[in-house]
Design a protein around this ligand. Structure first.
Ligand code: FSX
Length: 405
């Protein structure tokens, strides 16, 4: 089915979709896919079919939005995150939605260049807007390692953050500095929240993050007008609330002590656990096994490669050599339960190992919640109360909650 996509006219997203020829039924189907991602954060719903009610509710909320202003910066990065975003979903309805929501400023996809592009950025910066950032910020030597239009990346970021109502750091680089920040970090690369301290930064980590997780995070803030519940690393809990190990299809082999020892052995052919050849799944929070990649056609562990832990802080420094087994934690050997291994290695909860060693993954995810936002069935929310529409108040309460853990 082909649609008549035109630039956003007056009115709501639903009205613009209708004039492009997208039926309500197709839009609800698209929203069902998003609702399934939000359900990932609720382990008991992770494998359940998305409820029609949740999809309808999300379609109502998303359909009601009017065109947002979006600035999408690309700083020190490889463009993998934008590739991932543009290739998320891949359905024709999603294409229409992404086209309609086209950003005011993004170097990769905007038609304008040079002074016209800078003007578009200035004009959007002057209004309230959503700011999405890919890439790290170099802080050494006056920031000369990444400049745009004669300004340092830090200056560009500060200017765009000033009137931003929401800030999303997308990709390990924007979240933690990532590979560029790996020792010896020659450019002094840092993540967005090292620069922007007075507003909450929602961290969508991964190198790159799954495209559907990026669009789902944007959808959440568009429909709620505020940040989703986040963990102590600032990552949305609906996507990063559980470890890869919790839903890994190779998990029964881990529990049975069946490990791949070399990539060409009989265990590898049988699809056994990749822990012994370096898999970082037990210490990595990401929905990869559930959402997967490339229209759910595969994912690294599914293809026989160990997880490299790219959603975690300083993954390059902490997890290389990638093919080395995760270090044994005192008291936890290979035979330890998945919860013990994961909890022992995860910075956010490492201090709580003694207390939490026996708890379930679902409980661990709940413990990592930093805020309680308004409930919405499509996002797997229960009635939790605590409506709070202030970005800065949310950020403060996140920080306090994180520090209290
Ligand atoms: Fe970094 Fe993204 Fe890895 Fe690349 O924008 S998270 S290097 S996939 O592109 O920033």
């Amino acid at each position: 089915m082909s649609y008549d996509i035109k630039p956003w006219r007056e009115g709501t997203l639903a009205e613009n979709l209708a004039s492009a020829g997208v039926s309500r039924r197709d839009f609800v189907k698209y929203c069902a896919g998003l609702a399934a991602i939000f359900a990932v954060g609720t382990p008991e719903m992770a494998h359940a079919a998305p409820a029609q009610k949740a999809a309808e509710e999300l379609a109502d909320k998303l359909g009601a939005i009017t065109k947002p202003n979006v600035v999408w910066l690309q700083l020190q990065e490889c463009t993998g995150c934008m590739e991932s975003t543009l290739r998320s979903g891949g359905t024709t309805v999603e294409e229409v939605v992404l086209n309609l929501l086209s950003v005011n400023y993004n170097e990769l996809v905007m038609a304008a260049a040079g002074e016209a592009a800078e003007k578009a950025l200035e004009e959007t910066n002057a209004r309230e807007h959503i700011l999405v950032v890919n890439g790290s910020i170099p802080t050494k030597d006056g920031g000369i390692y990444c400049t745009i239009g004669g300004k340092s990346a830090e200056q560009v970021l500060q200017e765009s953050a000033k009137n931003a109502t929401m800030i999303l750091a997308v990709g390990a680089c924007a979240v933690y500095g990532s590979v560029q920040a790996a020792k010896p970090n020659p450019t002094g690369a840092v993540g967005v929240d090292e620069i922007i301290k007075d507003k909450q930064v929602i961290n969508v980590s991964g190198c790159p993050p799954i495209g559907e997780v990026i669009t789902a995070s944007l959808t959440y803030i568009l429909t709620h007008g505020k940040a989703p519940e986040v963990d102590s690393e600032g990552r949305p809990l609906f996507a990063y609330g559980q470890r890869i190990h919790d839903s890994c299809p190779r998990r029964p082999h881990f529990d049975a002590g069946q490990f791949v020892r070399t990539f060409d052995d009989a265990g590898a052919r049988e699809g056994w656990c990749l822990y012994d050849v370096g898999c970082k799944g037990p210490s990595t929070f990401s929905p990869c096994p559930i959402v997967q990649w490339n229209l759910k056609s595969g994912w690294p562990i599914g293809a026989g490669h160990p997880c490299i832990g790219c959603t975690e802080r300083d993954f390059y420094d902490r997890f290389t050599p990638f093919y080395d087994k995760l270090p044994n934690i005192p008291g936890f050997g290979v035979e330890a339960t998945a919860e013990k291994v994961g909890l022992g290695l995860t910075g956010a909860v490492a201090a709580g190992v003694a207390v939490h060693a026996g708890i379930t993954a679902a409980r661990a995810a709940a413990d990592r919640k930093a805020t309680k936002n308004s409930p919405m069935a499509a996002f797997g929310d229960n009635a939790v109360g605590g409506e709070n529409n202030s970005l800065n108040e949310d950020a403060t309460s996140d920080k306090q909650n994180s520090e209290a853990k």
